[in-house]
Design a protein around this ligand. Structure first.
Ligand code: HEM
Length: 420
C-alpha cells in the first residue's frame, strides 16, 4: 500500500489517511517505500504498546530512513546509553524506576511540585500576548512551543540563555529521526544532536562538580543514584536529561497547539472555556484522542508476530498509528467527531500504554489546562487569522502545526441581538 507521511494529504489532514487505512481490509499494512509495518486498529496498537516481549523499543529513537554515511558517522559518536523510551528490559524498568522516583507523575504531585512554576510561566506569556492586542501573532512560536520549554528549563535547571539552542536541537532531533531531511541537512542535524548530547553531559557534570547538593531535578537524579552505577550510571543521568528535554516539550507544545486549534475553530468553544474552566480537562482528553501530538510511534519486533491474520517477521520496524487507533469505530462512537462531552475519549492511546506509559502525562495536562484557561480568560476575543489553513511539519511521529496565526482581540465579539 502507498502512504506518504511527508507530502500531500497527510500534511493537511492525516485523519483522512487514517480513515482510508481503517476502512481498508486488515489492520496491518506494509509500506514498501519506508519499509515500515503500519498498525492501525486500537486493539493491535494497544497490544503492541504493551507487549514489550514481542515489540521492542530498541530502535524507537533511530531514524526511519537510511541516513547518509556522513551523518551516520556523526550519530555514532553520540554515546548516550538507552534509557526509558529507548530501552528494553532489564534497562527499561531500572531507568524508569529512577524517573518515577524523581519526576512527579500524578495530578496531585505535579500540581504540588510544578503548579507554581507553570502558572508563573503561563502568566508571563499571556501578558506578552495581551500586550500585542490588535495584532496578528503566531501562537506556535509565541506561546505553544514557548511554555513547555520554559517550564522544562525551570525544572531541569537549564539557563534561560540556552533556550534558543535547546529548542533548535530538540526540533532538529525530531526532524532527523522521524522526518525526511536531505543528506546535507542530515549531517547538520546530526552535528546538532551530538552538541546537544555533549551539552546534557556538561549540565550533569556541572551539578556533580558543583560542590554541595542542590534541589534541582538533576540533583535529585544524582542523589537517587547515590554513587552506585548499578542504580544509575552518570551517563544514564545525562541520557535521561537528554531525553526529557525533547520528550517533555515538543509533545506538550503539540497538545497545546491542537487544543487551541480545536478551541478556536468553533466560535462557541473559546468563550465556553473561559466561562466553564471545569470542563477543560475533558476538552483536553478529547483533544488527545482526536489530534494526538504523537500520532505514530515506532517499535521493532523481536520475533514473528501475527496480528489480524498478518504475520510480521522478526526484526521488522512497525509504526503504531496512534492517531488511527484513536479513531477506530470499534472503540469510539462517531470517531471523526470532536466531542469534549463523549464518555469514551479516555480510551485514547496518546500517552502510550503499558510499561512505557508516559511519565509526563500529568505535567502535560497541567500545563495545557492552565494555559488554555488563563489565555481564554485574558483574551476572550482571540480568533484564528482569516484564511488560516491547517498544515503540519512533515514527520511520521510528531504532529506539529507549522503555525497557528491568530488575531489578539482583547474583547469577545459582541453577541448578535435578534429583534424581538
Ligand atoms: C501531550 C504531551 C505528551 C505526549 C502526547 C506524550 C506521549 C508519550 C508516549 C506516546 C509515550 C510512550 C512511549 C513508548 O511507548 O515507547 C511517552 C513516554 C514518555 N514520555 Fe511522554 N508525552 C507527553 C508529555 C511528556 C512530558 C511533559 C514528559 C516529561 C517532562 C514526558 C516524558 C516521557 C518519558 C520519559 C517517556 C518514556 C517512558 C518509558 O519509556 O518508560 N512526556 N510519552
Amino acid at each position: 500500500m502507498r502512504w506518504n507521511p511527508f507530502t500531500g494529504a497527510y500534511l493537511a489532514d492525516p485523519a483522512q489517511v487514517w480513515r482510508g487505512l481503517l476502512d481498508s481490509p486488515g489492520g496491518v499494512h506494509h509500506d514498501e517505500a519506508l519499509g515500515l509495518w503500519l498498525i492501525t486498529r486500537h486493539a493491535d496498537v494497544r497490544r503492541a504498546l504493551g507487549d514489550t516481549e514481542s515489540f521492542r523499543n530498541a530502535l524507537t529513537l533511530a531514524p526511519v530512513y537510511d541516513v547518509c554515511p556522513e551523518a551516520l558517522a556523526v550519530i555514532l559518536q553520540i554515546d548516550a546509553p538507552p534509557t526509558t523510551a529507548a530501552a528494553d528490559p532489564p534497562v527499561h524498568p531500572r531507568t524508569r524506576r529512577a524517573l518515577r522516583a524523581t519526576f512527579a507523575n500524578t495530578a496531585d504531585r505535579v500540581e504540588q511540585r510544578y503548579g507554581a512554576i507553570v502558572r508563573r510561566r503561563v502568566d508571563e506569556l499571556v501578558a506578552r500576548l495581551v500586550a500585542r492586542a490588535g495584532q496578528q501573532v503566531d501562537l506556535v512560536s509565541e506561546f505553544t512551543t514557548e511554555l513547555p520549554l520554559l517550564v522544562l528549563l525551570d525544572l531541569l535547571g537549564v539557563p534561560e540563555r540556552d533556550i534558543a539552542r535547546v529548542r533548535a536541537w530538540a526540533d532538529g532531533q525530531i526532524a532527523l529521526v522521524w522526518g525526511r531531511p536531505e543528506p546535507a541537512e542530515q549531517v547538520r542535524l546530526a552535528q546538532g544532536l551530538l552538541e546537544f548530547w555533549r551539552y546534557c553531559q556538561a549540565l550533569v557534570r556541572d551539578r556533580l562538580d558543583g560542590g554541595g547538593p542542590g534541589d534541582g531535578y538533576v540533583d535529585q537524579l544524582i542523589a537517587y543514584r547515590g554513587g552506585d552505577d548499578e542504580v544509575l550510571t552518570v551517563a544514564e543521568v545525562s541520557s535521561i536529561v537528554f531525553n526529557l528535554l525533547v520528550a517533555g516539550h515538543e509533545t506538550t507544545a503539540g497538545l497545546l497547539a491542537h487544543a487551541l486549534d480545536q478551541a478556536l475553530t468553533d466560535p462557541d468553544r473559546w468563550p465556553a472555556i473561559a466561562a466553564e474552566p471545569h470542563r477543560v480537562p475533558a476538552f483536553l482528553t478529547e483533544t488527545l484522542r482526536f489530534a494526538p501530538a504523537i500520532d505514530g510511534w515506532l517499535r521493532v519486533t523481536s520475533r514473528p508476530v501475527t496480528l489480524d491474520g498478518v504475520t510480521i517477521p522478526a526484526g521488522a520496524r512497525c509504526l503504531l498509528l496512534i492517531g488511527a487507533a484513536n479513531r477506530d469505530p470499534a472503540v469510539f462512537a462517531h470517531p471523526d467527531r470532536f466531542d469534549p462531552q463523549r464518555t469514551d475519549a479516555t480510551d485514547h492511546l496518546s500517552f502510550g500504554h503499558g510499561p512505557h506509559f508516559c511519565i509526563g502525562a500529568a505535567l502535560a495536562r497541567l500545563e495545557a489546562g492552565i494555559a488554555l484557561t488563563r489565555l481564554a480568560a485574558a483574551v476572550p476575543g482571540l480568533r484564528l487569522a482569516p484564511g488560516h489553513r491547517r498544515s503540519y511539519q512533515p514527520n511520521v511521529a510528531f504532529r506539529a502545526h507549522r503555525g497557528l496565526p491568530v488575531v489578539v482581540e482583547a474583547a469577545a465579539p459582541a453577541v448578535q441581538q435578534t429583534a424581538a
